[in-house]
Ligand binder design. Structure first.
Ligand SMILES: *Cc1c(COP(=O)(O)O)cnc(C)c1O
Length: 210
């Protein structure tokens, strides 16, 4: 619906289901629900879940804060790493490129709001980051500051879209349960959903907090 409002084809928006709230034994329920794209926050959880029984049914993305020393663990499983935000992570990517899943691409996380509590590079460092990337950069990701009103996130999503457009980058990973509709209106190509899928039992499995 948000896509229609924005005059976009809903098929151009990928829905990524976060698995940080989902136990390994519940992964088959996601398969049944038709979920094909999932994202994990922690390297060890990615390793464990992406090498479990149903793992082949999914494309796995890494969406959590990226610690350089974990890059090595992540690259064999990830389709896309959404959260590259340091030169040291780039160096680790270069070092472990030969272990990577074929076709691995990255997004650069940008801290468009200059929010100290969030990861991401300042927009001014984006070009240097893109230049130093040892694997293809498919786009940008952001986590806006927490806001009660999703409308407050709009300006950050607009900023991210402009940064990507100026550099000819396709993917925009932005929007969570809280503000995905606004993110789609502003051009998101991947929305990352957690709470809303599990709270409403869309996927028929209980979140860890329920
Ligand atoms: C958990 C998480 C989400 C999903 O957030 P919800 O509020 O549960 O929809 C999206 N992005 C990242 C990086 C996350 O860690």
């Amino acid at each position: 619906m948000a896509a229609e409002r924005a005059g976009r084809d809903a098929r151009t928006v990928e829905v990524l289901a976060t698995t940080k709230y989902v136990a390994i034994e519940d992964l088959p329920r996601l398969v049944e629900a038709g979920i094909r794209l999932v994202g994990e926050n922690r390297a060890i959880d990615l390793e464990e879940k992406a090498s479990s029984g149903t793992s082949g049914a999914f494309n796995w993305d890494f969406i959590g804060q990226l610690q350089s020393r974990r890059v090595r663990k992540i690259v064999p499983y990830a389709r896309l790493i959404h959260s590259v935000a340091s030169e040291s992570a780039m160096r680790e990517l270069a070092k472990h490129r030969d272990r990577a899943k074929p076709g691995l691409r990255i997004l650069i996380q940008v801290n468009v709001a200059g929010d100290e509590s969030k990861a991401g590079v300042p927009p001014g460092q984006l070009d240097a980051m893109i230049e130093s990337a040892p694997v293809p950069v498919a786009g940008l990701m952001t986590m806006p500051p927490f806001a009660e009103d999703p409308e407050d996130s709009r300006r950050w999503f607009t900023d991210l879209r402009e940064l990507a457009q100026d550099r000819g980058l396709h993917h925009l990973s932005m929007g969570t349960s809280q503000d995905y509709a606004v993110a789609i209106e502003e051009g998101a190509t991947i929305i990352r959903l957690g709470r809303i899928l599990y709270e409403k039992r869309v996927l028929g499995c209980r979140g860890r907090w329920t």
